[in-house]
Design a protein around this ligand. Structure first.
Ligand SMILES: *Cc1c(COP(=O)(O)O)cnc(C)c1O
Length: 460
């Protein structure tokens, strides 16, 4: 009996289910056309399995729902704010908290406070909203992630790492005075949910300390990053997720958080910072953009659900099942020979559209096209992370990112293993007929974050 494998399983059971609508191919064809072939513009009712994002799509626990009933909706000084403040300090270790309606609210305030016109903000790969707020504040983003991150085939376990030489070059070129902070994401979203190692973070801390540069942490998926450190980095096998999360944060000076990811809530975020002066300014500025500093655009009940969700997010059983499900789907796709980004990341599977559809040039949006085809096949909604998401430079030219990906993002605690099977089988079916697929042209392009609202037409 020694060779019997031990499977992971969910550390919860179901108390309520949400019924899904099944659709026909004809229905999906019509719905996709109406949506301008952009999966962001589909109605949720027309989708069977929704992998558009893991943002705000998690299932809350019975405890979080109970917390919702404990909402203190006082305009000022809600007790849920103080609970959240206590949990952020306890679990994440940052000193001061400013709640915001979601991650970008925190990015806006932080960018406005720290960035002056002409500043440089180095980061381990860009993220859409993060970079936009840096640019709107007058800064320029510079990518300092290691080259391996741009290669979907490279199996280096910590593709979220910073190339310290790239950072040193920037410091030499511009001077440390022009760099208000280094922007570091854990579980780098645009690289495929790839983690940064503790070793790299420590070295980055040493280098930035020497040059008196802050590190601001995009901690949206810090627990998932901590899991990979525990599984893959020497010396961390016996540490708990909670200990690793706290150690990561201890090498940084502050953080922006989209609690809609790791923290298992449908809405919410915050800015956390260790410097009193920045906190004071942020606490003042939040009144302009979000709401009073003890609610920041959130209801009391939202803050309560967030406080409980943060504590659940660093539990060992939770994170093992969460990442375990993603790895299960990734391995199924590998079995079908579908080209995916490796190693498998923490929050989703990223299919390499350049490899999947090599006959479609990047100007004809291979990833956008593939996302549309996947929806047509079985009603699975994915999203583009390639040239459309990358947008245009300040001078109007398109960015041409090396990675042209379709993201299958897995909501937390929502879908079953049978759903994962259906998703992989549908992707395999589309892969089988890939040679018949043609590219698309963009027929409407909005000015900001175009991937959300752009419209397309299939090429003849
Ligand atoms: C989602 C996300 C954000 C922005 O947060 P919102 O809550 O969507 O505003 C920032 N950084 C990363 C890495 C994200 O995934």
């Amino acid at each position: 009996m020694k060779n019997i494998k031990r499977s992971w399983a969910e550390p919860y059971k179901m108390k309520m289910v949400e019924l899904l609508k099944m659709t026909t191919p004809e229905h999906r064809k019509k719905a996709l056309k109406e949506a301008g072939y952009n999966t962001f513009l589909l109605k949720s009712d027309d989708v069977y399995i929704d992998l558009l994002t893991d943002s705000g799509t998690s299932a809350m626990s019975d405890r979080q729902w109970a917390g919702m009933m404990m909402g203190d909706e006082a305009y000022a000084g809600s007790r849920n704010f103080y609970h959240l403040e206590e949990v952020v300090k306890e679990v994440y270790g940052y000193k001061y908290l400013v709640p915001t309606h979601q991650g970008r609210g925190a990015e806006n305030i932080l960018s406005k406070i720290l960035i002056k016109k002409g500043d440089i903000i180095p980061g381990n790969m860009y993220f859409t909203t993060t970079r936009l707020h840096q640019e709107l504040a007058g800064g320029k983003f510079e990518d300092i992630i290691i080259d391996e991150a741009h290669d979907p085939e490279n199996e280096f376990p910590f593709k979220g790492n910073v190339d310290l030489h790239k950072l040193e070059k920037l410091i030499k070129k511009y001077g440390a005075g022009k760099i208000p902070y280094v922007s570091i994401a854990t579980s780098v979203n645009m690289a495929g949910g790839q983690p940064i190692s503790m070793q790299n973070l420590k070295e980055l801390r040493t280098l930035t300390k020497k040059n008196k540069i802050r590190i601001i942490h995009d901690m949206t998926r810090v627990a998932e990053n901590a899991y990979f450190i525990q599984q893959k980095e020497k010396g961390y096998e016996k540490k708990t997720i909670k200990e690793i999360v706290k150690e990561i944060n201890s090498y940084t000076d502050g953080a922006t958080m989209s609690a809609k990811k790791d923290a298992l809530v449908n809405i919410g975020g915050f800015l956390a910072i260790n410097e009193w002066e920045i906190f004071e300014e942020a606490r003042n500025m939040v009144v302009v953009y979000e709401g009073l500093h003890t609610y920041g655009g959130l209801a009391g009940r939202d803050m309560e659900a967030m406080a409980i969700g943060i504590a659940e997010s660093v539990s060992a059983d939770h994170i093992k099942a969460r990442v375990g499900q993603v790895i299960y789907l990734g391995n199924k796709m590998i079995d079908y020979n579908i080209p995916i980004v490796k190693p498998i990341g923490g929050h989703g599977i990223f299919v390499d559209a350049k490899k999947f559809l090599p006959h479609i040039p990047q100007e004809q949006f291979p990833a956008q096209t593939l996302a549309a085809e996947l929806y047509l096949d079985a009603g699975v909604r994915t999203m583009e992370r390639g040239i459309v998401s990358a947008g245009r430079k300040a001078n109007g030219e398109n960015y041409f990112p090396k990675l042209e990906l379709v993201r299958f993002t897995i909501p937390r605690r929502v879908y079953t293993q049978a759903h994962m099977d259906v998703i992989a089988e549908s992707a395999a079916y589309v892969y089988d007929r890939r040679k018949k697929i043609k590219g698309m042209k963009m027929v409407y392009e909005p000015k900001y974050l175009r991937f959300f609202q752009a419209r397309f037409q299939p090429l003849k």
